[in-house]
Unconditional design. Structure first.
Length: 186
């Protein structure tokens, strides 16, 4: 529980959500009124894979999903241009989609998002904060040195604690930007 993101699958899920949010936030022109949307997501697309296409001028986004629970699937994608014009923006954790012609091959339960050259490339996004902090206990307090974005503190019973000072002497679990620390307060 304390090291939630130490599990590679959970960290991968967080990464996927971060990438999808970055696509949404970095390309507002694709998520407003007037964007052309073509969806192949009904029951008949279960066996053949599902696609969503968003287009606005020369910008295009495609979300491709293999909804099957077993087996890889080559999914035909209605790319308007040559496949070389699109680049991968996001994919399910641990998945390397295969793009060939106008077909994307995905394992069961996986997704991939492709966009034209005008779309924000996820790899250009970097964190603003370097995760180098020092966390230790003092007399009645938890001391955190360095910059961080998120902080959670729990006592050994698992109860969330508010504040870092005026604390009784005991052991605390401190989570700073997803990294857990055991801290002894005296």
């Amino acid at each position: 529980m304390w090291n939630y993101l130490n599990d590679p699958d959970r960290a991968g899920l967080k990464q996927s959500y971060s990438e999808l949010c970055a696509i949404r936030n970095g390309n507002p022109q694709m998520f407003k009124e007037g964007v052309t949307t073509v969806m192949s997501c009904d029951e008949s697309n279960w066996a053949n894979g599902r696609t969503i296409k968003l287009s606005n001028g020369t910008d295009e986004l495609y979300c491709i999903v293999n909804p099957n629970i077993t087996g890889s699937k080559a999914i035909d994608v209605p790319f308007a241009k040559d496949a070389a014009q699109y680049h991968l923006l996001s994919a399910s954790y641990g998945v390397e989609p295969s793009l060939s012609g106008k077909s994307v091959t995905l394992p069961a339960g996986a997704y991939a998002v492709y966009g034209t050259a005008g779309m924000t490339d996820i790899e250009e996004i970097i964190d603003d904060v370097t995760p180098q902090v020092n966390v230790y206990g003092g007399i009645g307090e938890i001391i955190i040195e360095g910059d961080y974005r998120e902080l959670d503190i729990f006592n050994i019973s698992g109860q969330r604690i508010r504040g870092t000072s005026g604390l009784p002497a005991t052991i605390y679990i401190v989570i700073v930007d997803g990294t857990s620390y055991k801290v002894v307060v005296r």
